[in-house]
Design a protein around this ligand. Structure first.
Ligand code: SF4
Length: 492
């Protein structure tokens, strides 16, 4: 499974395949509409949702402003509770640390809790290269892993699969990963869940090393928190002798009182539940209970650079609820794979180009993968103004020059369309600063309106392929004003 952006085409090209797949579009439409309706009902039950949302935004902003101090406090707390903290500047360093930690146990397999951070750094692939097998235990992640597929949603990585596709994957693939699917397995959800349960149980009972991420880390006590719906996370966090958690540095919150806000915002926004069925919390190690060794790998991997951007840093407030994906008209049609990242949808469009930079075709195209309708901002429980960040990143792409492929290399230079856009804006600025030129141009356009083309030539062709060119009025506004108002109010 390769989740890197290397070699991915730009978003419009990558999305075309999904747009032509009717089954995929049907699966996505059904799933996103169901989740978004449930979320709306769950949020409407809370009378102070707006205040909670504001509190979430403020706590995250405060924490990000003082991130260095809270991370040091977290390290002290985790260490005092018997854990070991490791700092990883990038994916390579994080993968090396985890691989060495697993090797030190003498084990050659690990069980995993669903984790975006470990997908981001492609930990499974790094472990596999070192001869260590990583088994995903979240049901949707299991489906993706067995199907040698890529995740397409933050919360429901196999959202693009329907029940019969999942049955076929279980029937054909489970045996090569462990316990085979039961004879005569149907596409009944209860039967599919039971097949997964039996398949995973032997892995839980055998595993000596567990690998997780975390939804939150509480600085004051060094406590890590994982919220989930299936209970697989609880098994991975408690049964193995060694637990390794890889967590992005932005996941820290200062106190338990702060955590209380997010434990209300997250479940209603993600699974439309009043609270998560399983909320696991652990603080270092405890004699006779749970793992004997606990390692926390704090991951930067582009987050410090993102923090330096005054507009873009708000993306670090994200609590990965996926509400923005479920309401996005672009995600609903294109699906998650077209985003070329483990972070798809609106949050992926603003997070990936910041974490990875805009040097690849896919990352330079992501800020344009939006209609700027603003639905993502409306539902975001921490009020990330995604449209604002998208426009900001578009500026960065145009100013810095988008990435283009030159043989085997990706180089930064202004693309034709953007150069033309810049030239058009310069010409417009010049004309708007000269009223006489503007008036002459408007009159000329009105008199020649019969010759107006239906489509624009050159780079403008793509714009008119799906839109009508606006009609030119028979009389320019300024002439109409002079004729009807007789030049009053200083109009000339
Ligand atoms: S950007 Fe907001 S809505 Fe989207 S996943 Fe993050 S927290 Fe949820």
């Amino acid at each position: 499974m390769n989740t890197t952006s290397l070699g991915m085409p730009a978003f419009p090209k990558a999305a075309r395949e999904a747009l032509n797949n009717r089954t995929l579009r049907g699966n996505l439409r059904h799933a996103t509409h169901t989740i978004r309706a449930k979320r709306a009902r769950a949020v409407a039950e809370v009378s102070d949702w707006a205040e909670l949302r504001e509190a979430g935004e403020r706590i995250k902003d405060h924490t990000l402003r003082h991130l260095d101090g809270y991370l040091e406090q977290l390290e002290e707390s985790v260490t005092a509770a018997g854990g070991t903290v490791h700092w990883a500047a990038d994916a390579t360093e994080a993968n090396r640390i985890v691989t060495e930690l697993v090797r030190a146990t003498g084990e050659s397999e690990v069980v995993k809790v669903k984790s975006m951070a470990t997908q981001e750094i492609e930990l499974n692939e790094a472990l596999e290269a070192a001869g260590i097998h990583a088994y995903e235990t979240d049901l949707a992640e299991l489906i993706v892993q067995l199907g040698e597929d890529r995740p397409s949603h933050i919360l429901v990585p196999a959202i693009h699969r329907n029940r019969s596709e999942i049955r076929d994957i279980f029937r054909t693939r489970m045996a090569s990963w462990g316990r085979p699917a039961p004879e005569g397995l149907s596409d009944d959800p209860a039967e599919l869940a039971e097949a997964a349960r039996l398949h995973l149980r032997e892995k839980f009972l055998r595993a000596k090393v567990g690998v997780s991420g975390a939804n939150f880390m509480v600085a004051e006590t060094g406590t890590l928190v994982v919220v989930e719906s299936e209970g697989n996370g609880r098994m991975c966090l408690t049964l193995p002798e060694t637990l390794i958690s890889v967590v992005g540095i932005e996941k820290v919150v200062p106190t338990w009182r702060d955590l209380e806000v997010f434990l209300q915002l997250l479940p209603r926004s993600s699974t439309a539940e009043r609270m998560n069925p399983y909320t696991s919390m652990w603080t270092g190690t405890t004699d006779g209970d749970g793992p004997r060794a606990f390692h926390l790998v704090l991951l930067d991997n582009g987050r410090t650079d993102t923090l330096a951007d005054e507009v873009g840093r708000q993306a670090l407030r994200c609590i990965r609820c996926s509400a923005c994906l479920n309401v996005c008209p672009v995600y609903e049609r294109a699906g998650g794979h077209a985003y070329g990242s483990v972070y798809p949808g609106p949050i992926g469009a603003v997070l990936s180009p910041q974490l990875r930079g805009t040097a690849s075709e896919i990352d330079a195209s992501l800020p344009y993968a939006s209609s700027l309708c603003g639905a993502c901002y409306e539902v975001c429980p921490v009020a990330i103004d995604i449209p604002e960040v998208l426009v900001h990143l578009r500026e960065r792409v145009v100013e810095g020059g988008p990435a283009v492929r030159d043989g085997n290399r990706v180089v930064l230079k202004p693309a034709k369309g953007h150069a033309a856009e810049r030239a058009a804006m310069r010409a417009a600025g010049w004309a708007l600063a000269r009223p006489g030129v503007l008036r002459t141009g408007q009159r000329l356009a009105s008199r020649t309106r019969g010759f107006r083309p239906r489509t624009l030539p050159g780079p403008g062709r793509a714009w008119t392929a799906t839109r009508d060119l606006p009609a030119v009025p028979a009389e320019p506004f300024r002439d109409w004003w002079l004729r009807t108002r007789g030049g009053k109010d200083g109009a000339r």
